[in-house]
Write a protein that binds this ligand. Structure first.
Ligand SMILES: Nc1ncnc2c1ncn2[C@@H]1O[C@H](COP(=O)(O)OP(=O)(O)OP(=O)(O)O)[C@@H](O)[C@H]1O
Length: 335
């Protein structure tokens, strides 16, 4: 990627080399005394992301994900190492970089609380000096794909979490960013909103070739959107590959939750084991890297099936299993 930040087609859009972030934390240790210690939130991370790739950036709570994203936007300065986004150093040229990236933080909105969505978007347009025709085109596409039409005149504070999130994602895309950072974009959303957000992001990536870095605690986000996943733990990159590989390394399991027409003894099917029975409902654990289709076919063939769903393992479980810390535990079946 050109150092001048011109962002030539192709090449690596996100580049990190030996990046560290150390926080200096002071704690009260008496009436007048304060102790100081260091929190090494990001501890020597290197990776590159080529243009157009959608990458999952996952890890347990406190692993260093948000700190990384804040450094990639220029909000935080790295303590060591080198970062380039579209060839730009985020800490030195935050404003110039802002024109090339979009950011969505699931836990807080970038919209104006008391303004209707439409007015928030006008302000975004003026802030980024988006040319009128481009703005109209982008807004139209977002409104259609994210079902925002009926919400445009509603003040942001009156929107549900799912509606607000869709509104935030549209705001982040109005200036056609080349790179999109999404920090927990589906957190707290219902199933329908999650599906809408995921299919919209797929469309944006396919149509515009936007490079996406996504942090999430929801493995279905990763499964539907990312071919590549990076795992960070204690500030270090501990895995970089595809999701199937991650499941294989962690020997993780998914769960087929099956409702039968009546109560049955634990069913026996090849490739799965029954881990819980509750009335006519049973939980069958199977290797997460395997397809659910043959298992579903085998169960449907031999038993009176009413309904079924597939549960993904929790990201925390997958990572714990990577280290063998939890190797003997069966996944916690949901209800
Ligand atoms: N401003 C700060 N001052 C001191 N310590 C911080 C600061 N920001 C983050 N940390 C610490 O750095 C570590 C990484 O935090 P970070 O928020 O990046 O984790 P995360 O992976 O995003 O976690 P979560 O999934 O809970 O959002 C944690 O130990 C956190 O307490």
């Amino acid at each position: 990627m050109a150092e001048d930040g011109t962002g030539a087609a192709g090449g690596d859009v996100i580049e990190l080399d030996g990046v560290e972030k150390v926080f200096d934390v002071r704690r009260k240790a008496g009436v007048l005394r304060r102790t100081r210690h260091e929190v090494r939130a990001v501890d020597g991370i290197s990776f590159t992301v080529p243009r157009g790739e959608v990458v999952g950036y996952i890890g347990p709570n406190g692993a260093g994900k948000s700190t990384t994203i804040k450094m990639l936007t220029g909000i935080l300065n790295p303590s060591a190492g080198r970062i380039r986004i579209c060839g730009i150093d985020p800490a030195r040229e935050r404003t110039r970089l802002a024109r090339r990236v979009g950011v969505v933080f699931g836990q807080r909105t970038t919209l104006w609380w008391d303004l209707p969505l439409r007015d928030s978007y006008h302000l975004v347009r003026r802030m980024y000096r988006i040319e009128q025709e481009r703005y109209r085109r982008n807004l139209e596409a977002c409104v259609e794909l994210l079902d925002l039409g009926p919400l445009l005149d509603v003040p942001v504070r009156q929107l549900s979490l799912g509606q607000r999130m869709r509104g935030d994602i549209a705001a982040a895309l109005l200036h056609d960013p080349e790179v999109l950072y999404l920090d927990e974009p589906t957190i707290g959303l219902d199933v329908i909103s999650k599906t809408k957000v995921r299919s919209f992001l797929r469309e944006v990536n396919a149509e515009r070739g936007t490079t996406v870095l996504l942090t999430t605690h929801d493995l279905t986000d990763i499964e539907t959107l990312c071919r590549r996943v990076m795992v960070i733990d204690h500030g270090r990159l501990v895995y970089d590959g595809d999701l199937a590989g991650l499941h294989a390394v962690g020997e993780s399991e998914r769960t087929l939750v099956v409702d039968f027409a009546r109560e049955l003894p634990p069913v026996e099917v090849a490739g799965a084991r029954c881990v819980k029975v509750e009335g006519p409902r049973q939980w069958l654990a199977f290797p997460a890297a395997a397809s659910a289709a043959p298992l579903v076919a085998a169960v449907a063939d031999r038993y009176p099936l009413v309904d079924l769903s597939v549960r993904e393992p929790a990201i925390e479980d997958v990572i714990a299993r990577m280290y063998g810390a939890d190797a003997d535990r069966t996944p916690t079946p949901g209800t």
